[in-house]
Design a protein around this ligand. Structure first.
Ligand code: SF4
Length: 579
């Protein structure tokens, strides 16, 4: 029988007909996407085997499984959320749930559900899962502990009242995939080793200059658990992390941790850089192949930092090439792509994405998808909050940020890469001029026919997300320019839906037409609704949207990138400094 039941938020297990644009669907409010439409668009779900175990699962829960199965004697299984009743039994001691956005207050979801004012599908599905678990454990194993972890655990730091409301016993934070067996064994015996684990959470505070410091907040009730700052187990080295033993959704395999570009709003950058050697990545790719997954989706926050050696962030081209060649040379692997990257390296060296495309065989019918933080079109905000994101360029000296973005975008599209950008509204010091810089940049790139999506995310103060009574009306609090920026971002997504909905995805042609039709209709409905809403609540926003429809001004200093690249050749040939 299963002592440790590992499972995951059901919204992480939908395949969305393999349409990249549909993966945002769980962020949508339940009220506006009726259940039959949601259920259809989110299909298929990852399959379960004859015992109700997930055949494929999110990478994070597979890492926990790997640690338990290689370092402890606990009987653990990753169970499909639809088959929990087969595994939650009398002898179950722990039920652990992996989640990314449990309460629907993630930066993207709040743009769809207006800061949690509407119930989003992601929150609805999480609550339903927890309800099912609570019913099962009440009837079968009342002493079993319910634990939640994963990248969305921070939402409980903001709304701790939800821990009790959902009857969750512990919220576990941070990298635990080397010591989770020690924690689980301690929880089962009601004796947690307080020299290894801290009852509280690690958080990042920002001073008035936007500099981040990491601090630990104690939780007197002991519901939060993280690695103790003075634990004898430091953050794991790559060799201390177990290789997955089961298949992952979309072929997720990790290639590195950390980023190091120091954007002042980003927690990832506070973690040390560590890299998986290609051979260890290949081990996990081989596990996925055993489960029929022929794609390798590289988990990274910035692929260009893989095996970095240069202080100016010139990517280590040889290491990246070796990684892709190693994986693609494995029999059965058909594709590989990174989860996240940045834009400046392809602008500085357009051959970089092209090199990868040649290795993976990208072309008009086989794109390389990647998520990239474009963040803003404003030089001022880039310099204030994330100047190193433009490395190896210096914004304002070598080129403007808009020029770097356009050049990088062209290089990516030329190599059949499809970037999905995120932009941030509400960065400290932001003015309307900065917003118009971003609007001009998006519209200009769209006017060139370049292929990309832009998803706006509001930097809402975490304080305003606390409690249920004081929810910010994120839309009502937008300036007219911000409203216009949201409008042009979604208008661009509609353009992409119309261009690509019929081509992407893995359904048969008839289902592709159905899904493409719903997607195009949905994008139209969303853009028109946003425009109507903004016009209704603020006539000035309506006027800003009208202006934004044709605003294509881009801040440029006439940079000649060919000359710039020539100059960089000399820099690139210097000896490595960082190791
Ligand atoms: S580039 Fe991305 S991952 Fe890296 S520090 Fe900046 S925001 Fe964070």
């Amino acid at each position: 029988m299963t002592q440790v039941v590992l499972t995951y938020d059901p919204s992480l297990g939908h395949m969305f007909h393999n349409f990249p644009l549909l993966s945002f669907l769980p962020c949508a409010p339940v009220r506006y996407v009726p259940p039959p439409i949601y259920r259809y668009l989110s299909k298929p779900d990852v399959p379960a085997d004859g015992y109700g175990r997930a055949v494929l699962a999110p990478y994070g829960i597979r890492k926990i499984e790997a640690c338990l199965k290689t370092k402890s004697k606990l009987r653990a299984e990753v169970v499909h959320p639809n088959y929990l009743d087969r595994h939650i039994r009398e002898d179950t001691k722990i039920i652990a749930v992996n989640t990314m956005d449990p309460l629907g207050i993630g930066p993207l979801t709040i743009m769809f559900n207006n800061c949690g004012r509407e119930k989003s599908w992601v929150a609805y599905e999480f609550e339903s899962l927890i309800h099912t678990i609570n019913v099962l454990r009440r009837n079968r194993c009342p002493k079993a502990k319910l634990i939640v972890g994963g990248s969305g655990e921070w939402e409980f730091e903001i709304r701790p009242e939800m821990i009790d409301a959902l009857r969750i016993d512990y919220v576990v934070q941070g990298e635990m995939d080397d010591i989770i067996h020690i924690l689980f064994e301690g929880l089962i015996e009601d004796s947690i080793d307080n020299s290894i684990f801290f009852h509280g959470f690690r958080t990042t505070l920002f001073n008035q200059h936007g500099r981040a410091t990491v601090t630990y907040v104690k939780d007197p009730r002991g519901r939060f658990i993280t690695r103790h700052p003075f634990s004898k187990y430091r953050l794991p080295k790559i060799e201390d992390i177990s290789t997955i033993v089961g298949g992952t959704i979309s072929g997720q395999v990790e290639i590195m941790r950390g980023c190091g570009l120091d954007c002042d709003f980003c927690e990832v950058t506070t973690r040390p850089l560590r890299y998986y050697p290609p051979e260890k990545v290949l081990e996990e790719v081989r596990v996925n192949l055993r489960y029929g997954v022929r794609n390798a989706w590289f988990i990274t926050d910035n692929q260009w930092a893989y095996m970095l050696r240069d202080p100016d962030y010139w990517p280590n081209r040889e290491a990246i090439e070796k990684l892709y060649r190693t994986v693609m040379s494995q029999n059965g692997v058909t594709h590989a792509n990174p989860m996240h990257a940045t834009l400046a390296p392809p602008a500085a060296d357009p051959e970089l994405p092209m090199m990868i495309s040649k290795i993976v065989g990208a072309g008009p019918g086989k794109h390389v998808g990647v998520q990239i933080g474009l963040e803003t079109g404003s030089d001022k905000l880039i310099l204030q909050h994330m100047s190193r994101k433009a490395l190896p360029f210096r914004v304002g000296v070598d080129a403007t940020w808009s020029e770097i973005v356009i050049e990088g975008q062209k290089a990516l599209n030329a190599a059949y890469w499809l970037p999905a950008y995120t932009i941030i509204l509400g960065l400290g010091g932001e003015t309307d001029d900065d917003i118009w810089d971003t609007i001009g940049l998006i519209n200009y790139m769209a006017s060139l026919g370049l292929l990309f999506t832009v998803t706006p995310m509001a930097l809402v103060s975490l304080g305003s997300l606390r409690g249920n009574q004081s929810l910010t009306d994120v839309y009502a609090s937008l300036t007219p320019a911000q409203a216009a920026l949201i409008y042009v971002s979604w208008r661009n997504t509609r353009r992409m839906a119309e261009l690509l909905a019929w081509r992407l995805g893995s359904d048969n042609p008839i289902l592709k037409l159905v899904t493409g039709g719903i997607l195009t209709f949905g994008a139209n409905f969303w853009v028109n609704s946003i425009e109507r809403y903004f016009r209704k609540i603020n006539p000035e926003a309506g006027r800003a949207i009208e202006k934004a429809k044709n605003y294509t001004t881009v801040y440029s200093k006439g940079t000649d990138f060919n000359k710039l690249r020539e100059r960089f050749k000399e820099v690139k040939s210097r000896p490595a400094i960082i190791n």
